[in-house]
Every structure is written in C-alpha cells, then in structure tokens.
Design a protein around this ligand. Structure first.
Ligand code: NAP
Length: 231
C-alpha cells in the first residue's frame, strides 16, 4: 500500500531516483532540495506525478528545517529518508586533511540526519509504517575498513551509524524502526562513472529493504541487496 515518504537531496543521484520510483508506485513524496529553482529534473517529476511535492531544504539550515517541520506538522510520514550528503575533498591522504572541510562534512552527514529525525519523529510515529532510514556507506563500517584513508567521509558515516543505533533504541518506544543503508557503488556525481551499478538498480533494491523494515530489523545496517553489513 502506498504511503508518504520524505526524501532529502532529491534533486539528483539516488534521491532523484528514489523520488521517481516511489512516485511511480503511487506514493506521496515530499521531495526536498536546497535549490528548487535549479532542480529541473525534480520539477519535471512534479509535473508528471501530482503526489510529488517539492520543498526547499538545506539540511544544515536548522531554522529552515524547523520551518518545514511546522509546515508539515499534521502530515504522517511513513518513511523519513535522510539521503543528502557531502563527500568533501576526494583523495585525502594522511597529512593532507582539510579540517574545515571535515567539519562541513560532519555537519551535513552526521549532525543533520540527527536533526532531521528530531524534527520529524512525531510525523513518523503518526504514520502506518514508522521508518527512519539514513543513507550511510559501507566505507563507514569499521569492520570493513582494511584500506585506511578517507578520514573525512568515512568518519562522518561511521558517526551517523552510531546516531542510527541510538535512535533505534530511543524511538523503539514509539514503534519507530531506524536503519542505516548502503546503496552500493552507484553511478552518480558522488560515485563517479566507474561505479558498478545504476541509480535505478540501487534504488530498486533499497526500496525493497525500506518496505520490509520493521522493529525486528531496527538498529541494523543494510546493503541495497538486503544483506546485513557489520557496523
Ligand atoms: N554514489 C555512491 O556510490 C554512494 C555510495 C555509498 C553511499 N552513498 C550515499 O548515498 C547518498 C546519495 O548519494 P548520491 O550518490 O546520490 O550523491 P550525489 O549525486 O552527490 O547527490 C548528493 C545529494 O545531496 C544533496 N546535498 C548535499 N549537501 C546538501 C545540503 N547541505 N542540503 C541539502 N542537500 C544536500 C545534493 O544537493 P545539491 O545538488 O544541492 O548539491 C544532492 O542532491 C549519500 O548519502 C551518499 O553518501 C552513495
């Protein structure tokens, strides 16, 4: 049964494809982007699907987030999907880390997902499915780190995994399930042209994971193919 999903960073990459696939399935999509006037493909989806609504949201602008929370205060949200993220500088090696960039990445990838959950948890609790999902990355898995490096992006995703775990404990009393997701290595601006899978393939798998999420699975980290990833 279709429901309502809120997606951040919906203007391109995985977020845009999520919007497309959920909208095609008849879902109401609250698609958020920090620059709606420039989001041509997203605006085209709104023209195509009447249940797509667009909202301006820079996830690191907490006043804007609070205002959106007020605007949507009476809307149940079945799936709250924190998708937006910033990689920061690429190819960062030991000894060349830009600390200001590190702080910027942590703000977007770690702190903002927490604030999003805080802002919209009541809407999720009022819904039928009650799911909060954070797009993490396998490179945030400590167990999986054998190649080192990537201090900035890796640490932001490791930290948000811990946020996911705590949210899963704290929100269980409201029957809210909270999971972390890895989309695979996906051909987007972030994944680059050498990535292994298309956004379409990734999102098809992620949607299945999202729709199967329940309290039993809460507090875990899932790959797009449904397998579990060690923290
Ligand atoms: N692609 C991969 O291989 C891969 C692998 C592992 C995990 N992931 C994760 O999957 C998610 C989606 O990645 P992607 O590949 O689709 O990346 P992408 O193509 O680089 O898109 C990133 C999205 O995040 C948005 N964003 C960045 N900073 C924002 C901010 N402050 N406020 C609001 N939106 C912001 C971007 O908006 P603008 O257009 O305005 O910049 C864009 O919509 C991310 O969480 C990423 O870490 C991706």
């Amino acid at each position: 049964m279709p429901g309502t999903i809120l997606i951040t960073g919906a203007n391109r990459g995985i977020g845009l494809e999520m919007t497309r696939q959920f909208a095609a399935d008849g879902w109401q999509v609250f698609a958020c982007s920090r620059d709606i006037p420039a989001a041509d493909e997203l605006r085209a989806l709104r023209e195509q699907y009447r249940k797509v609504q667009l909202f301006q949201l820079d996830v690191t602008d907490y006043d804007q987030m609070a205002a959106l929370g007020k605007a949507l205060w009476d809307q149940p949200i079945d799936i709250l999907l924190n998708n937006a993220a910033y990689y920061g500088p690429k190819g960062v090696a030991f000894g060349t880390v830009d600390l200001d960039e590190w702080r910027r990445v942590l703000e977007c990838n770690t702190i903002a997902p927490y604030k999003l959950a805080e802002t919209f948890s009541r809407n999720v609790a009022d819904s039928a499915r009650k799911v909060i999902a954070v797009m993490s990355s396998k490179v945030g898995s400590i167990a999986d780190n054998s190649s080192g490096g990537g201090y900035i992006y890796r640490s932001s995703k490791t930290a948000v995994n811990q946020v996911v775990k705590s949210l899963s404990v704290d929100l269980r009393g409201q029957d809210i399930s909270v999971i972390a997701l890895h989309p695979g290595w996906v051909k987007t601006a972030m994944g680059g042209p050498n990535a292994l899978i298309s956004a379409g393939e990734s999102v098809a798998g992620l949607r299945k994971v999202l729709l199967e999420t329940d309290l039993e699975r809460s507090g875990r980290f899932y790959n797009y193919d449904g397998s579990e990833i060690p923290w």
